[in-house]
Design a protein around this ligand. Structure first.
Ligand SMILES: Cc1cc2nc3c(=O)[nH]c(=O)nc-3n(C[C@H](O)[C@H](O)[C@H](O)COP(=O)(O)OP(=O)(O)OC[C@H]3O[C@@H](n4cnc5c(N)ncnc54)[C@H](O)[C@@H]3O)c2cc1C
Length: 538
């Protein structure tokens, strides 16, 4: 995958996709599969915003049963299965436990019925999945079993627990990248650090997008017959008519923290605050992650999207820490236990003003805005997405409305990744386990430069060379946060950051000043969790 801007300028595309988070990446991949000539542009790196900041659970929509949302549930189950089939090496089954108190909606009786319904509605959940990714049927735990698995919770009023299975995306960033890479292998042009500033509809010329290269400041235009805006919370910046009467979407900021503690090793645990008012209870998920971390969330507040999201204030992180300690005192978390945080914006349910307060109500479903119908701007669609999980389903829906005008039909390779066949030996070695079918492309780079960059032996020089040559890396942060796991749970050690920075500096010809700037950009992501280390002059 090469950053060939000139080719993008010279080509008329069937479809321009704006934004390379999970939504844009799935739209781009599926449109390429259908034979469309697609251009995907992202203002930053692929998967740089909300899609990298989720709790990483691929939900089957169990909670939609509360409102009898069977169709939404099926959409979630199908999308979850589709993602699991697409990249089985990047997902794994996740057991989820919810203790049952009382006899209400989350009480033992109703939850037992919910487990049965969930299993029935998701009978086909494992079709086409490798055996080790199968999601078992749900079941119940007795009070004693529940207290053994979730020690320290209140025993009074506890009737047991429900256990169901979802999937955990181990690395949401590489999952998005995998869609982007495979789309590009199918003929799509996917380019990062190119922001769309405006869209103009012109008769005969389709839609023209004004683009700014974020690396050089250069401005240019690209043309497409259809545009799908998947810019996440920035989608409103590209609405066709600046209608003064248009009511802007209200946004909630979601916040998770990552802590250096294993609270539960075998399952994610959902715990609800014990509040008198049934309707206003907060629920937190505590998800075991990697070997020694737990992700906990999600805490929502209403948020002005014009304000910066990063860095999150120490007081906001402490508010979540306090909330966790109140719901689960045994966690006994302090600020020093927090190693990372995830934050992003999600659309709120409506604009009526009903939801103001400390528990904003989020949109229930992703929506597609047809600007042809709404604003007279034909073949332009925006997606207001709410879930990582359902991105494939939403992509299918929006693509039904796309008309290829140019008559172009991409020659679609029959194998999933052209020229790659994995042998068992490859799957068992380092690159095979890490990159699955992509290993055969990466292995030659590793063989040519096998030196380790870290003492834990998780990254070689060859892999960084590969990321530069084939995965469009432009900044140090692209490697630290999105091509690898190095920095996604805690700040990597100084020598690792410096080692990677030096490889990039050599390739791009960065001077010392530029290298320091790259380091600062990475370290900013950990503010306010740690003060900048002494080895960097800020
Ligand atoms: C804290 C938190 C926890 C969550 N947990 C879960 C979970 O467990 N499971 C789940 O299914 N969902 C979860 N979600 C929801 C999920 O993360 C989001 O719904 C999803 O990632 C949104 O994806 P997206 O592609 O629409 O947006 P984004 O990932 O934000 O992508 C938008 C992209 O558009 C680009 N862009 C913006 N403007 C422009 C422009 N002008 N030109 C070009 N590119 C542009 C951006 O750079 C960005 O890369 C969570 C969300 C949050 C915030």
């Amino acid at each position: 995958m090469k950053r060939n801007i000139q080719l993008a300028r010279d080509t008329r595309f069937d479809l321009l996709v704006i934004g390379g988070g999970i939504q844009g990446a799935t739209v781009c991949y599926k449109a390429s599969q259908r034979g469309l000539r697609v251009l995907l542009l992202d203002k930053g790196d692929f998967c740089g915003l909300s899609s990298a900041n989720s709790l990483k659970i691929l939900h089957g929509g169990l909670r939609y049963l509360q409102t009898l949302g069977f169709r939404r549930m099926r959409d979630s189950i199908r999308s979850r299965r589709e993602i699991m089939r697409f990249a089985p090496h990047l997902v794994k089954p996740l057991a989820c436990i919810m203790p049952a108190y009382g006899h209400g909606l989350k009480g033992k009786e109703i939850m037992r019925l919910a487990m049965l319904l969930n299993d029935g509605i998701s009978l086909d959940r494992n079709t086409g999945l490798p055996g080790d990714k199968y999601l078992p049927a749900g079941h119940s735990l007795s009070k004693k079993q529940c207290l053994a698995q979730v020690p320290g919770i209140t025993g009074s009023g506890l009737h047991g627990a429900s256990v169901w299975y979802d999937a955990l995306a181990n690395n949401t960033e590489r999952l998005v990248l995998e869609y982007v890479l495979q789309a590009s292998e199918l003929g799509a042009m996917c380019l990062n650090y190119l922001g769309v500033e405006a869209l103009v509809q012109s008769s005969g010329a389709g839609i023209r997008a004004e683009v700014v290269d974020q690396l050089t400041g250069e401005c240019f235009k690209v043309e497409a017959d259809n545009v799908i805006n998947t810019a996440g919370a920035a989608f409103e910046d590209l609405l066709p008519v600046r209608d003064v009467n248009r009511i802007p979407v209200r946004w909630a900021r979601g916040l998770n923290i990552v802590v250096r503690k294993t609270l539960f090793s075998k399952a994610a645990v959902a715990l609800e605050e014990q509040a008198a008012d049934e309707g206003r209870k907060r629920m937190l998920f505590m998800v075991p992650w990697r070997k020694k971390f737990t992700m906990i969330g999600t805490h929502y507040i209403e948020y002005d999207r014009e304000l910066d999201l990063f860095p999150v204030d120490k007081k906001d992180i402490m508010a979540l820490v306090d909330e966790i300690n109140a719901i689960y005192p045994r966690a006994d978390l302090g600020f020093e236990d927090v190693s990372f945080y995830h934050t992003g914006l999600l659309p709120m349910q409506d604009n009526s003003g009903r939801n103001v307060g400390d528990l904003p109500e989020l949109s229930k479903e992703s929506s597609i805005i047809d600007h042809g119908q709404q604003d007279g701007f034909a073949q332009y669609f925006s997606i207001k997405g709410i879930k990582y999980t359902t991105a494939p389903h939403v992509a299918d829906k929006v693509l039904k409305r796309i008309k290829p005008v140019s008559g172009y039909t991409a020659s679609i390779p029959t194998s999933k990744v052209p020229g790659q066949t994995k042998t068992q030996a490859q799957m068992n070695d380092y690159s095979g386990q890490k990159y699955a079918e992509r290993a055969s492309v990466i292995k030659p780079y590793i063989d040519a430069a096998p030196d380790w960059l870290d003492v834990d032996q998780t990254l070689t020089v060859g892999e960084v060379n590969y990321f530069i040559a084939e995965e469009m890396v432009q900044h140090l942060g692209d490697v630290i946060f999105r091509r690898t796991d190095l920095g996604t749970a805690q700040c990597p050690p100084a020598d690792v950051l410096n080692n990677v920075n030096q490889i990039l500096a050599k390739h791009f010809g960065w001077n010392e000043q530029r290298q320091t700037k790259e380091l600062k950009l990475v370290l900013q992501r950990y503010a306010p969790l740690q003060t900048p280390p002494s080895w960097i002059r800020i």
